[in-house]
Design a protein around this ligand. Structure first.
Ligand SMILES: N[C@@H](Cc1ccccc1)C(=O)O
Length: 512
């Protein structure tokens, strides 16, 4: 019998009497588990090794689990406080008992939802009773949780085998409560087969095999004489995760395709822009809270010079005196300094202003449709649905005699392409549109209505100074919200930024 040296080493490390996990063999041989796995399969095919598989479960206490192991399960703490308050004699006030227990925030709900389930007592109409016979020291979840935490500390490992004597159902409920994390993996163990024992006794010749063709082998001509290792396409291998386009970008590309398909043309323009294009053109008074309603990021840059003077004059006039016969304007302070100051744009409606005014591409004749899918910046508080920057799907249609039905129809057509067929509209206020509508969609997982966009028909005070004589309907939709509706994410930070969920980003398919 002839084997490679590596094969022989694995065969010799295997035992006829003891099944040994592949990881142990690999550790003994100083090889990578993947390499040993490949060789094990080769030897199994030769009939020299027998491979068996088993499922191994390991456990780890979560952060919350460790907290409770330390401070006590919330329901146990509640019971203790209830006993102290005499609730084993007669019902006590729930507020007082909670106060005494020291439980706060979500821990209160957790305590309440487990209290009766575990027979610690009853909760009814603001009163709580405690069952004097309940024994928190024997609470199976508590004991199991402590056993996992202790075993982890003893072993000085993150994950441990399930501690002995812990019931499967109890572990399951700890897992459901998010206190213990359970993971399963397949462990392969090997033992020498009879043929393997015989082969070793009869003696094995070794031959070096080559597992890759190198330039040296080619130039020396040695390749003709060496023995090549065979490929085993069934062997386990490490998953290779290469780079890929972020799903947000992929979805942005798809949105662009859809809008181009609907006859729209893409707008481009600066991320840092003058307040003139960001706010003044939109008839947002300079002293109005609306100017800070996006909590804009002001930049320490020289003021913008190249604003068309006649346009600047008309916009100023609209602010001061109004526009059209009945117009009245704001009579509020207005200065060029403010208009020329540079901010990070809080919306891409600045691009719509640049285009509608003729500044970007020259005067435009109706009908025209434009869009952009670009980043905007707002000084918001970070939370599951707000980021400091996000992508806005900006768009507008310029045509004679547009109505709200055109606006709604456009959204219905647009969102339908993404499988969203139940967009809802709510009347809204923007200083620059009248009427205005917020758009809502239903989150597929939480079933909540979430805001997905803002829209309306530009007012005369906006269009007049820009020199536009027909109707313009316009909108800004949030790309991230569209993503949430499409894929069911409920935290934007899963897809963005330092907390993002790499697995989810790797696995989510964006269908084109
Ligand atoms: N600028 C608005 C969106 C919008 C654009 C155009 C018209 C109406 C609304 C926003 O950021 O929310």
């Amino acid at each position: 019998m002839r084997l490679t040296e590596a094969q022989l080493a694995v065969l010799e490390a295997a035992s006829a009497t003891d099944e040994r996990p592949i990881d142990d063999l690999a550790a003994d041989l100083g090889e990578k588990p993947e390499t040993v796995t490949r060789i094990v399969f080769e030897l199994e095919e030769e009939g020299l090794l027998e491979v068996s598989e088993s499922e191994a479960v390991t456990l780890a206490a979560t952060e919350e689990g460790r907290e409770y192991a330390d401070a006590g399960l919330p329901e146990v703490r509640l019971h203790r406080a209830a006993i102290e308050a005499g609730a084993d004699e007669e019902p006590a006030s729930m507020g007082a008992v909670i106060g005494r227990s020291g439980l706060e925030g979500p821990a209160v709900d957790i305590a309440l939802s487990n209290y009766a389930r575990k027979g610690y007592g009853t909760i009814d109409a603001g009163e709580i009773t405690a069952d004097p016979d309940a024994d928190p020291d024997a609470d199976p979840e508590r004991l199991a949780l402590e056993a996992v935490v202790d075993a982890t500390a003893d072993a000085d490992e993150d994950r441990v085998d399930p501690p002995e004597g812990v019931d499967g159902d109890v572990l399951e409920s700890l897992e459901r409560r998010g206190l213990v994390d359970r993971s399963e993996s397949t462990v392969r163990s090997v033992a020498l087969s009879d043929a393997g024992v015989t082969a070793l006794m009869e003696g094995i010749e070794t031959a070096e095999t080559v597992d890759r063709l190198t330039p040296e082998l080619l130039t020396s001509g040695e390749w003709a004489d060496v023995e090549f290792a065979e490929y085993n396409v069934e062997a386990d291998a490490e998953t290779a995760t290469g780079g890929r386009k972020h799903i947000l970008r992929q979805t942005a590309d798809r949105v662009k395709d859809v809008l181009v398909g609907m006859g729209f043309r893409e707008m481009e323009g600066p991320h840092a822009d003058s307040e003139f294009w960001i706010n003044d053109c939109l008839f947002m008074p300079q002293d109005h809270p609306a100017r800070t309603h996006w909590d804009q990021f002001a930049l320490d840059l020289p003021p913008m010079e190249q604003i068309p003077p006649d346009l600047l004059e008309r916009v100023e006039r609209a602010h001061r005196e109004g526009w059209g016969e009945d117009g009245d304007g704001y009579h509020s302070p207005w200065t060029e300094d403010v208009a020329r100051a540079i901010d990070l744009r809080g919306h891409t409606t600045s691009l719509s202003m640049r285009h509608l005014s003729g500044f970007a591409l020259g005067d435009l004749e109706p009908p025209r449709r434009f869009f952009s899918v670009e980043k905007v910046y707002r000084n918001d508080t970070l939370d599951p649905t707000h980021l400091l920057e996000f992508f806005q799907i900006e768009g507008w249609v310029m045509a004679e005699d547009l109505s709200v039905r055109d606006l709604m129809g456009t959204f219905e057509e647009f969102y339908r392409q993404f499988g969203i067929t139940d967009v809802q509209f709510k009347p809204h206020y923007n200083p620059y549109t009248e009427p205005s509508f917020e758009l809502f969609g239903r989150h597929p997982e939480t079933d909540e209505l979430i805001e997905i966009g803002n829209s309306g028909m530009f007012r005369e005070e906006v269009l007049g100074p820009l020199g536009v004589e027909c109707d313009v309907m316009a909108w800004g939709l949030a790309l991230e919200r569209l993503l949430m509706l499409m894929y069911g994410f409920d935290d934007i930070r899963d897809v963005h930024g330092t907390l993002c969920d790499l697995e989810l980003l790797r696995e989510t398919e964006v269908v084109r």
